[in-house]
Design a protein around this ligand. Structure first.
Ligand code: SF4
Ligand code: SF4
Ligand code: SF4
Length: 159
């Protein structure tokens, strides 16, 4: 129970600054399996893995998005990953108030960064366009987060 609470606290603390706790394909008992050896951090081709709370590896989406290359999985010798999971993780993103485009200032940075094309824009009067997220298409890669010039995109737990 302590492990779950710690993970949830870390996850929600991370939401505010764009850091999701854990890594893709993490096993349920990640904090029991992980030995904090940093091998996955060293292996990450995008350099988005950092030592987070308690020294456990954590994705920092401020550094960029996950390409799901699975180099972290291959690097781990302690069974902290489960490549057989149907989905690497159950996270998505949310766009908070303040979006430039919604205020009539030209910006499509998040959509341009989104390979699955999960973000579209709903045109409004006055040159405004509201970004809309298709949560069923979003894979939680986080590539949109670092590209937003005003940092209004953050990680959320998928429904
Ligand atoms: S490689 Fe495995 S054991 Fe080492 S820090 Fe990463 S998840 Fe933990
Ligand atoms: S986190 Fe979702 S919306 Fe953002 S770039 Fe990745 S797939 Fe697109
Ligand atoms: S990158 Fe940020 S400001 Fe630009 S359209 Fe997307 S949410 Fe709005």
């Amino acid at each position: 129970m302590t492990t779950i609470n710690t993970a949830r606290r870390a996850f929600f603390r991370g939401r505010a600054v764009g850091i999701a706790h854990h890594v893709p394909w993490a096993v349920a008992a990640f904090e029991d399996a992980c030995q904090r050896c940093d091998a996955c951090i060293q292996a990450c081709e995008e350099a988005i893995l950092v030592a987070g709370d308690g020294g456990f590896p954590t994705v920092d989406f401020r550094r960029g998005g996950c390409t799901f290359c699975a180099a972290c999985v291959d690097a781990c010798r302690h069974a902290a990953f489960d490549r057989e999971r149907t989905s690497p993780w159950s996270i998505t993103v949310a766009i908070a108030d303040g979006c430039l485009s919604a205020r009539g200032i030209a910006c499509r940075s998040c959509a341009d960064a989104c390979e699955p094309r999960a973000i579209r824009f709903q045109l409004q009067t006055g040159g405004r366009a509201i970004p809309l997220l298709d949560a069923s298409t979003c894979n939680g890669c986080g590539s949109c987060i670092a590209t937003c010039p005003i940092h209004v995109i953050h990680v959320e737990e998928a429904a």
